[in-house]
Design a binder for this molecule. Structure first.
Ligand code: GSH
Length: 350
């Protein structure tokens, strides 16, 4: 079947027109004049507030609600880190970042950290001067089409027009995958997410490609989610990670162990509801996690009860996932704990 002949011609015109915005700029621009602090943890403590780079608006992961309060899976990592440092989840300023400007925001010191569906890759880890303390969501790239097209597999996308955002791994994976599978496609590259999604919804593109989590988020935000189908193929690995500046290892340790805390709490059955009642739990690792003995908090530059406070605010990883991502149809899959068939694994609290 070759359902995309017509749209190919239509897409060529678009490609020549407004669609190719920012094509070729794949790894963010040069750092701004603003100076990033040498020691982020000290700078955050002195400022009394964490500045967290989040998404511009991705349901379930990071977006302001109708009251303007930022909510979501990634947003709760900002709240967890602020709680670890200050004991207060509200000591955060959120800075929305696009696919294109997120790396500059971090490099320049405009934000202290990034909690924003960003894939950990070798080039970002090295030549972009970033570090990725923890993968908070294992993902992969997929495709979404209108259900009415009747397309059941990405292999049927030969000749299609595909909406894709620049500055992403998505753009690079799409061409690798198409070449390997001998699939011809016309990219419609649009920088602003909102515009890109409207282009897909209005039929300017036959398919929209991004991380499967991003597709699920966009699909859930449509008036009729069932009108959109996510195809079964997953064409890449997208380990979505928290980000800090390279060389910022004390701050990176806090982000890393905050994520591991959420995982360990799930593993040991520590929840938002019971964390206060587990003070006398006989399990030694639970005692260490909760700061009853072992002095682990101060080793991170935090208080002894940092973990209790964090779990009270965001819950364990499973609770956080269920509250933010389960409602938009995302399953645990590779984000199940290691002892439940998944990849999420915390090193020991000792
Ligand atoms: N994980 C991929 C894609 C991440 C990404 O930025 N995805 C888009 C589409 S879901 C996004 O969140 N855009 C928001 C924006 O640019 O405002 C990457 O790190 O390059």
């Amino acid at each position: 079947m070759q359902p995309f002949g017509l749209s190919l011609a239509r897409a060529c015109l678009q490609t020549l027109g407004v669609a190719v915005i920012g094509l070729g700029v794949t790894l963010g621009g040069p750092a701004r004049a603003q100076q990033a602090p040498a020691n982020t943890l000290d700078a955050v403590k002195a400022r009394g507030q964490l500045i967290c780079g989040v998404n511009t608006g991705l349901a379930g992961f990071g977006q302001p609600d109708s009251q303007g309060v930022w909510r979501g899976f990634d947003v709760d990592y900002c709240r967890a880190v602020a709680t670890a440092i200050f004991g207060d989840p509200n000591k955060v300023r959120y800075v929305p970042t696009t696919a294109q400007n997120r790396f500059t925001a971090l490099q320049s010191g405009e934000v202290d950290m990034m909690a924003r569906n960003t894939t950990w890759t070798l080039s970002r880890d090295t030549s972009l001067g970033l570090d990725f303390p923890a993968v908070n969501f294992y993902d992969g790239q997929g495709f979404m089409v209108k259900t009415s097209l009747g397309v059941k597999s990405a292999k049927e996308l030969d000749g299609a027009t595909i909406c894709v955002q620049p500055g992403t791994t998505t753009e690079q994976n799409l061409s690798d995958w198409a070449r390997a599978n001998k699939i011809r496609f016309t990219p419609v590259v649009i920088e602003r997410l909102e515009e890109l999604v409207s282009a897909y919804v209005s039929g300017r593109c036959d398919a929209y490609t991004t991380d499967v989590s991003g597709l699920a988020a966009t699909r859930s935000a449509q008036p009729k989610p069932d009108d959109h189908s996510i195809l079964p193929e997953v064409i890449s690995k997208e380990p979505l990670a928290l980000g800090v500046r390279q060389g910022d290892s004390r701050f990176a340790d806090i982000l890393r162990w905050t994520h591991y805390l959420l995982l360990s709490a799930e593993e040991f059955g520590i929840t938002q509801a019971n964390v206060d009642k587990l003070g006398n739990d006989p399990r030694p690792e639970v005692q260490r996690i909760l700061g009853k003995n072992g002095g682990l908090g101060p080793m991170l530059g935090l208080s002894d009860d940092w973990a209790v406070k964090v779990i009270k605010v965001v819950g364990n990883y499973g609770e956080l996932f269920d509250r933010t991502l389960t409602p938009i149809g995302i399953k645990r899959g590779p984000n199940a704990l290691w002892n439940n068939g998944g990849l999420q694994f915390s090193p020991p609290f000792r």
